[in-house]
Design a protein around this ligand. Sequence first.
Ligand code: PXG
Length: 405
Amino acid sequence: MSSALDLEDRYCAHNYHPLPVVLSRGEGVYVWDEAGNKYLDMMSAYSAVSHGHANPRLVAALTQQAETLSIVSRAFYTDKLGQFLKLACELTGQDMALPMNTGAEAVETAIKAARRWGYEVKGIAADKAEIIVCSGNFHGRTTTIISFSDEADYRKNFGPLTPGFKIIEYGDAEALQTAITPDTAAFLVEPIQGEGGIVIPPKGYLRQCQEICGKHNVLLIADEIQTGLGRTGRMLACDHEDVRPDGLILGKALGGGILPVSMFLARKDVMDVFVPGTHGSTFGGNPLAAAVGTEALSILVEEQLPERSLELGEYLLGQLAKLDSALIGEIRGSGLFVGVEIDPSLGSAREVCERLITRGLLSKETHETVVRLAPPLIVTREQLDWAVGQIGEVLQEMDEMRLAS
Ligand code: PXG
């Protein structure tokens, strides 16, 4: 056993169950382990590494800004934050942004904004504001956010939980219509559920939700931490249905796979509920994060990564569809955000991932039955061909073993 693996097992809290590989270097779509073995990264840190590992433009932006000015806190203006948020607003059609660091912090920011907007603009009675969320949601790990998860493991023995949330069926616009009351401040939704297993709602769902929210003066807040910034083949997954949400949450790829950078963006009348002293973060919006975030967004646009994701995603789905294996249930995806459902009666998604690792392909199961394929958006067609070949061979191996036993 590797000593790095032993050390991590001994000293790191066991809040994850990592696959047995010790990574030490990354470049582009590849990472290498301690022994020098090379892997194609089809996980991209849950979509955070859309630009590829150690992207030279991002490393240059990082080092140049680190040598200039990194952290000063929001007690002062800096020459980097305004231009970063301007670009983010222009690319997403939002008016203003509030910078944070991790995804969960940006979701918390959205929740605070929605509640305060509910009281101060919509006129909901004190402490009555409700936020509607979906079954199978994943929005992060803070105490408030797990309070509205329907995953028992995420909540167990972390109570007392935060009230004020109502869970409805994902993908069912009528359920939203029924659940709304005069106390509803917002509907918080992932345009495609990532951790839920790459779950794609029915066509037109988001648009219907937007209409319902508009009719009832309820904020539609899209959590695009995982689906945003080109992952699904458009800049935002909401763009597939020409939906502009009232609030938008970004994270992961916003930091270019180098730093944790997140933000909540919204219409001006929503963002105006924040006045000095009502919300903040020591690191949120620091010049280092702003410089890297600006470069990350510029690369997406200049290198047309959303368009690339759309084209290569369709290609990947087409190639996967040609695989002939009893183990495969549904194959679904949008852009380079693809899930391969493994029939649990015939094999486990984790076993598929473990076998793929031994062949130099990194992926991670989600919800036990889904193999997630989400490579950096700079991946090439040839690299995808190689990956599909490996997946095909692994499924064949598992099929043969199953039939032999
Ligand atoms: N919203 C969505 C849609 C996400 O996928 C978050 C919010 C939270 O982001 P942070 O940066 O706080 O992790 C995510 C995160 C995990 C885990 O084990 C989380 C994610 C993906 C895989 C594993 O906590 N997504």
